[in-house]
Design a protein around this ligand. Sequence first.
Ligand SMILES: Cc1ncc(COP(=O)(O)O)c(C=O)c1O
Length: 458
Amino acid sequence: MADTIITTDLVAEFTERFASSKAIHERAHGAIAGGIAHDGRYQKPFPIYVDRADGAYKWDIDGRQLIDYAVGHGSLILGHGDPDVRAAVHAQLDRGTHYGAGHEMEITWAEKIVELVPSAERVRFTASGTEANLLAMRVARTATGRSTILKLEGHFHGWSDYVAKGEKPPFEDAGVPGIPEDVLRTVAVVPANDPAMLEERLSQDDVAVVLVEPSGASWGMIPLADGYLEQVREITARHGAILLFDEVITGFRWSPGGAQQRLGITPDMTTLAKIVAGGLPGGAVTGRADLMDYLAFKDEPGWGKKKISHPGTYNANPLSAAAGIACLTKCADGTVQRHCDELAATLRAGLNGVLERHAVDGAAWGESSAFHLILGERVSNRIDGDLRRPEGVAGETLKSSGKAGLAMPIAMAMELEGVDLFAGGGMLSAAHTPADVAFTIEAFDRAISRLRQSGYLV
Ligand SMILES: Cc1ncc(COP(=O)(O)O)c(C=O)c1O
């Protein structure tokens, strides 16, 4: 899918409407490398700058309201400013933001995770999902005595050197700038949904850990086939490789116990971030006690050579712990997830209905409370209803759907209609209502007309 050159009246209207964001973005370029703080926030012709957020909404710096489907990159399943999370953080703020010491909340926080996540026997906190995966890979390499990391094409595990290869299309391109060849050689990538390839690679007996997004790449942009994860579980166990579910997005969203609980498949290790810290910075590694034990100090002779080093100034930060406990407590009985899932299903169906009525190629699809959107590609199984897996479009094209093709024009058109998508789709929260979803479907209808008028769609 080629990047789209944006040169129409849509841009002129967007630029006029969001002129303050344009000005502030120009200022950003003078101090921030590339003008943005996260590659995912790159937007043509410029990103919208936000002043405040509450519930399901955020307001740009001119006070324009947008329905928010980024929900803190998926971390705010309760929506912005949940009263219980806010109260917990406010209370903690008055008691100190960093003790440089242990505190009881970190134990309560870990206990909540152990209670909810099936694979979690012990927990270690980190400051982000990227860090959680780094630590988990180190644990797996230590426990197995093997060095290769195996990933699935398109699956995202943060921005560290070990997980960049094979994440972005073209997947077979092993060259990743800034990462030494020696590091890249310790990472193997196989296509998802191909158990035979996985089996073949694991039979070399050098793989420490298989990293998987249990939703499929990028929270279900490239869905996994039914039964594939069961096969991955069986094959990894047979070959002595650790199976790690990266539940940074799916954790506490796909169900209170994450995708593993929803699917009934228990990995050896799990990484968490986002919702686990209630929308504040934080992450966690969890898993079997015998694996997590490599983090422990022991007096046994020779243990010093096995003990995994794990410092980190912001590990189990009290503010994140307070937010995390409040959030996980509210997410424990499944009510929040059911609400979000139902709304997302209605939204996906409504977006497909709009595409059907306009006879425009593309589809909305997804699972749980996530939705993805592609325009201008023929999805052979598109229906006027909810869709779990799009067919007839290559995985690489699906994976680019948030950035390439018509992703930027539709993002602009939706923002003009008062809706902020995330990576071409988004996630729902407890704060979103049926009225928000209905508004979004109507906004999408008008946005499609705009794209027609601007010549993006025929
Ligand atoms: C599946 C997955 N793993 C890891 C990460 C990295 O987490 P963080 O951005 O907290 O480093 C992300 C971030 O979006 C993610 O979606």
